[in-house]
Design a binder for this molecule. Structure first.
Ligand SMILES: Cc1cc2nc3c(=O)[nH]c(=O)nc-3n(C[C@H](O)[C@H](O)[C@H](O)COP(=O)(O)OP(=O)(O)OC[C@H]3O[C@@H](n4cnc5c(N)ncnc54)[C@H](O)[C@@H]3O)c2cc1C
Length: 414
């Protein structure tokens, strides 16, 4: 059996390892599209801070790991897939035949559509190569203007500040991390960043970029400009799908997969940031671009590829974010549902906030700032769809009693 995996991030690597265990005699080829050994993007913030070196970003630290497992690494990008002929075109007239194919190509930074976005000094923060460029350029006093304050935008701030840069964050909406935080949580995170010396300009979107001498000029409209040595563009990500044109593989926002993570084309699977699967709470299709989801989907897809039926139980939306040392998290349907109830507790001076969302006597979502000790209990209650019974009313009165509520509900459910 010939297994080809396109993409050597967490989804691809876990899939290759799972395949080796499940199918000792198979041929396994892992395509690495960036000319790098397999690495984890989530290590990049630590690299920026100088806490690890490049070797520390590798998904597996042992250099012989892939040889030992007889996983062939090929440094090439997939250009196209011939699903009828079962082959991946990797350019230069070369193609890789497969019996089972996994697409684990992840996502790439969304591109801002503004004039000047190709100017020198404009930079994303997604790949190891991006991180190298940022490390080389971010020096004490370097003026960094960062567009975007989503998950990645927030998580990289600590590394930037640790290098002594002068950091200004532009936020298109009124709110930082608005895809995972409600306005109260977002405001707390903003205040925290400002207290650490970051300038945050909300409701601000550049009209264009231009060069002014050796520096960049960021045009904010109405005659306002900002000088910058580096313009970091971190405005979200899009799945890597371009090479699928003409393959017949059905695509929504990502590759549409069934419960076995198989695409619309038999024998072709997808996992990780690129796969559009179902949410375990709502049953709705969605992309869930976080590493634990990628690793789990890689494992499940590989079992199916090896002929061992396995079902993905659906992705659970949760994010834990550290912004300049402030831990915040969001779970499930944190925006609430119609007819639901909510409870919250806020201690602004200590940057602590907890918001709980209920549907009937179930907790369905939460936002937390500074309450890192409750992450496990919140996840357990929400993902486990545990009934709270009498604890629902107690939590409405005292949201911070979440740990006790979890222990009680988990005990009742056992
Ligand atoms: C700075 C940063 C911090 C993050 N922090 C966290 C965190 O704390 N927690 C968390 O859960 N997630 C975090 N993430 C997100 C996390 O890294 C992703 O969800 C995860 O990497 C997804 O894994 P994946 O295997 O699906 O895709 P990726 O890791 O993106 O891997 C995809 C691979 O496919 C390759 N590829 C793409 N196209 C082709 C092609 N045509 N041919 C061959 N290869 C191709 C790419 O080069 C890449 O190697 C962070 C991301 C960044 C950038």
């Amino acid at each position: 059996m010939r297994h080809v995996i396109i993409g050597s991030g967490p989804a691809g690597v876990v899939a290759a390892e799972t395949l080796r265990k499940a199918d000792p005699a198979a041929e396994i080829t892992l395509l690495c599209g960036e000319g790098e050994p397999p690495y984890a993007r989530m290590a990049i913030p630590y690299l920026l801070k100088g806490e690890i070196d490049e070797a520390g970003t590798r998904i597996r630290k042992d250099a012989n790991h892939y040889d030992r497992l007889r996983i062939t690494l090929v440094q090439a990008r997939a250009q196209a897939i011939d699903t009828a002929g079962r082959a991946v075109d990797v350019g230069n007239g070369r193609s890789l035949p497969y019996d089972r194919l996994l697409i684990a190509t992840g996502s790439r930074p969304s591109r801002e559509r503004i004039p000047g976005i190709d100017c020198p000094g404009v930079q994303a923060c997604w790949t190891l190569q991006d991180a190298r460029t940022i490390v080389a350029r971010a020096r004490p006093g370097t003026r960094v203007v960062q567009m975007g304050a989503g998950f990645v935008g927030c998580i990289i701030m600590e590394g930037l500040l640790s290098r002594g840069v002068d950091l200004t964050i532009l936020v298109r909406s009124g709110y930082m991390v608005r895809r995972m935080m409600n306005p109260t949580a977002s405001a707390l995170i903003q205040q925290w960043c400002e207290a650490k010396g970051v300038k945050v300009l909300t409701r601000t979107q550049p009209k264009g970029l231009s060069m002014n001498g050796g520096a960049l000029r960021v045009d904010l409209g109405e005659g306002r400009t900002l000088p910058a040595d580096v313009y970091l563009s971190v405005v979200g990500v899009d799945p890597n799908l371009d090479f699928l044109a003409g393959s017949g593989i059905e695509i929504g926002r990502g590759i549409l997969v069934d419960a076995n993570l198989q695409s619309s084309v038999p024998g072709v699977y997808a996992a990780g940031d690129v796969a559009e699967s179902t949410d375990c709470l709502t049953g709705k299709r969605q992309l869930n671009a976080i590493q634990p989801n990628a690793a789990e989907q890689g494992r499940i897809a590989a079992l199916n590829m090896a002929g061992r039926p396995a079902r993905f139980k659906g992705s659970f939306v949760f994010n834990v974010l550290t912004t300049l040392g402030l831990v915040s998290s969001s779970f499930g349907e944190w925006q609430g549902v119609s007819g639901g109830e909510s409870a919250e507790v806020l201690d602004e001076s200590r940057y602590r906030y907890l918001n709980l969302q209920f549907d009937g006597d179930r907790l369905i979502g939460a936002n937390c700032v500074g309450f890192s000790e409750h992450v496990g209990a919140l996840r357990g209650l929400i993902e486990g769809r545990l009934r709270l019974g009498a604890w629902k009313q107690r939590l409405l009165n005292e949201p911070a009693q979440i740990m006790k509520a979890y222990l009680s509900a988990a005990y009742d459910a056992a």
